[in-house]
Write a protein that binds this ligand. Structure first.
Ligand SMILES: [Fe+2]
Length: 383
């Protein structure tokens, strides 16, 4: 055994924790930029609440609402210019992964003072960022505890994820009360992202004993609580447990990695603007079938943990695990093939090239060898 494990994020977890945002933010700056997606959180009063807590702590704030789901390079650039103009020295990401990823990108862009794109394409190493506070409102993308930020290039539709120690949030506020009103479709898609993170981090080449523990718990919690969250989203205990699963899975992907399935998801979402979690649901079964012979014991565990079983029966197979995952996808209403999400067979060549290109790191971390023919087979089974 030989590994490093460090996740330098102060996790403030629990109902009501939002009220601590002012106290935390004042430790890192004098003027905050709150970054979020669309007008919803302004209209719902959440931004006013946060600005109130920040003001009580004696610091000022501005907000930037122009972030799309699958946030764009152009939007991040507008946020960077706004932060500079307003003299903001701490960035607060409020929302799901899109808002938090955009906040991280803005924090890097302001601190580094040059074009962010070469850093997202892996051509240069990120060297600085303003302090980041992440407030997650979904469960989730894990972005509140990861070093990753995924941004889409408006012109080329490439959707790379950059990773850097500098993009860890100083504080991640996980307040399940904020999740009680998340709509069903978002609960299902983000909840499946949690499962995909756990499956991929557990089976990837960079998995370590710490991440294996987190992955097991994240898979068990998602199997138990995501269907209940869909039936009764207003149940605080259920939302707490999905927030915990999301945080465990975030720890897992940041300390380990994702694999082929996330590599493919980034590319298809960049090309077709798909919903991240829904694209993962379409791609996960075939990705598992491709890779499961590389580590059968781990793939057997996944299905048993998702079903809440204490041990793996002697006659349990890797295919049994994939069937459990498929049943789960149907049960949460995400059984939507890629073809019904807007991807066409004529897109395959480009998807294969980009998955092996700018998302090649995810392919390299897959437990199985990945060739162009392998990716085509996964796409054909997922369309
Ligand atoms: Fe993800």
């Amino acid at each position: 055994m030989n590994f490093d494990f460090k996740i330098p994020v102060n996790v403030a977890f629990g109902a009501g924790k939002l009220s601590t945002v002012g106290e935390y933010t004042k430790q890192y700056g004098k003027k905050a930029l709150i970054v979020t997606t669309g007008p919803f959180f302004k209209e719902s009063g959440l931004i006013d609440r946060i600005q109130g807590y920040i003001k009580e702590a004696g610091i000022s704030s501005e907000y930037f609402l122009e972030v799309s789901p699958n946030p764009h390079r152009s939007e991040a650039n507008v946020g960077i210019e706004l932060a500079k103009k307003m003299g903001c020295d701490v960035i607060i990401g409020l929302g799901g992964g899109s808002a938090m990823d955009a906040a991280k990108c803005i924090a890097v862009g302001v601190a580094q003072k040059d074009d962010i794109w070469p850093y997202w394409m892996g051509e240069k190493d990120i060297f600085a960022a303003l302090p980041i506070i992440a407030i997650t409102t979904t469960s989730g993308t894990g972005s509140h505890v990861t070093r990753y930020s995924v941004i889409t290039n408006d012109e080329t539709l490439e959707k790379p994820g950059a990773g850097s120690e500098f993009m860890y949030a100083k504080v991640a506020i996980v307040d399940p009360e904020l999740m009680l009103t998340v709509p069903k479709a978002i609960t299902a898609a983000t909840g499946f992202d949690v499962l995909a993170h756990s499956i991929e981090a557990y089976t990837c080449n960079d998995a370590i004993p710490f991440t294996d523990l987190y992955c097991e718990q994240a898979i068990r919690l998602t199997g138990k609580y995501l269907p209940i969250a869909l039936a009764d989203g207003s149940n605080l205990e259920v939302r707490e447990n999905m927030a915990l699963a999301d945080t465990y899975a975030g720890y897992s992907i940041t300390a380990a990695m994702v694999t082929l399935c996330h590599g493919l998801s980034h590319v298809v979402c960049g090309i077709g603007n798909l919903v991240h979690g829904t694209s993962l649901a379409a791609l996960t079964p075939a990705s598992m079938r491709h890779s499961m012979s590389a580590n059968p014991e781990k793939y057997k565990n996944i299905g048993c943990w998702l079903k809440g079983m204490d041990s793996v029966p002697a006659d349990w197979t890797t295919e049994d695990s994939v069937k459990v995952v498929e049943e789960f996808i149907s049960a949460i209403g995400l059984n939507v093939p890629l073809g019904k999400q807007g991807i066409k067979e004529s897109d395959f060549d480009r998807i294969i090239e980009e998955t092996m290109g700018y998302m090649g790191g995810a392919c390299d971390c897959d437990p199985a060898e990945i060739s162009a023919a392998d990716i085509r087979k996964v796409l054909e089974a997922s369309i």
